[in-house]
Design a protein around this ligand. Structure first.
Ligand code: VAH
Length: 313
């Protein structure tokens, strides 16, 4: 039985549905702060700041695996640093402690390319680069990785982790990230509305299509334990691009698409992040390989969003 904490989120919601399809609805417990009716299947309200509530659900359903997808992302985190730190670290420690006490078989921790800062090479950033993140979100993710490794070394807990690039999905609007422009831009294109980008046009960032991110998550969780060599977190790469590059692809389908650039505080965050990621360890240890390139992402996002908006019109 799998528990997904943060199931209402951009990644959590798609991961939950994918897990339900793969393993059966009766074996997936979706949870978040409130039930907004996203899923048909089992839903439990869990505030992961409350360890007793996590334990209660784990024991009630005899949970064997936990995916922890709850966190305050990079942009929102800067609005209230100490609250973001508290939530990101406390919820994760609650999951680790519950997993230790309840003998959970396997735990997934989502990290992020936000763990990198000015000391990491900007291009082809290696897995073992020195980590000096400059956002609270990045700091909390570095510490979350180290706690994951600590629980593995000290208690033998099988925690696996991936550093997601900016995730691009059509199923839900992301909330509070620095890469959110790469999702919003497609919605504006499909709605024939002009788009104002909060990053400058040449800001190249590592991104990944939601289907690749979810597949990577399930693949690492299904990898035989002896293949998992990195117990902090694995880099994975999808495709890196800049706002002007994605705008160019979109104009191929929407020649009248209009974009302008008004960088805001998120430009400072993006400027400290890698432009591209070296994911050779993930490729070597568990055969990671992205499937979606820039054109495939554009085509899929546009066609899926047209479908979705037609349905709501
Ligand atoms: C964010 N989407 O922008 C997240 C992610 C690499 C970016 O961590 O904060």
């Amino acid at each position: 039985v799998i528990l997904v904490i943060g199931a209402n989120g951009q990644v959590g919601s798609v991961l939950t549905k994918t897990l339900q399809d793969k393993y059966g609805k009766e074996r997936i417990i979706a949870s978040d702060l409130e039930d907004i009716g996203k899923f048909d299947g089992i839903f439990e309200v869990i505030d992961a700041m409350n360890i007793d509530r996590i334990k209660e659900v784990v024991l009630q359903y005899k949970v064997t695996q936990i995916y922890h997808l709850a966190a305050i992302l990079s942009a929102n985190g800067e609005g209230d640093p100490l609250r973001a730190w508290d939530i990101n670290i406390k919820t994760w420690l609650n999951v680790l402690e519950t997993s230790r006490i309840c003998n959970i078989e396997r735990v997934f921790y989502p990290s992020s390319i936000a763990v990198f800062g000015n000391s990491a090479p900007r291009n082809s950033t290696p897995n073992n680069a020195y980590l000096d993140p400059e956002t609270v979100y990045g700091i909390s993710k570095v510490d979350g990785e180290n706690w994951a490794q600590y629980y593995h070394i000290k208690y033998g807990l099988d925690v696996r982790s991936i550093r997601y690039p900016g995730v691009i999905g059509y199923q839900s609007l992301p909330n509070g990230g620095t890469t959110d422009y790469a999702v919003d831009i497609f919605h504006k294109a499909v709605l024939n509305e002009p788009f104002t980008c909060f990053l400058n046009k040449e800001t190249t960032l590592p991104m990944i299509f939601i289907d690749d991110a979810i597949r990577a998550t399930i693949e690492i969780m299904e990898t035989p334990i002896e293949n998992i060599k990195v117990r902090t977190s694995y880099n994975i790469a999808g495709i890196s691009f800049s706002p002007e590059e994605i705008a160019f692809e979109i104009k191929g389908l929407y020649p009248d698409f209009k974009i302008d650039y008004k960088p805001d505080f998120r430009q400072d965050i993006a400027d400290k992040w890698p432009k591209s990621i070296n994911d050779s360890e993930a490729r070597m240890d568990w055969d990671w390989e992205p499937e979606y390139d820039l054109w495939a992402i554009t085509e899929t996002m546009i066609s899926k969003l047209i479908e979705q908006y037609k349905m709501t019109v």
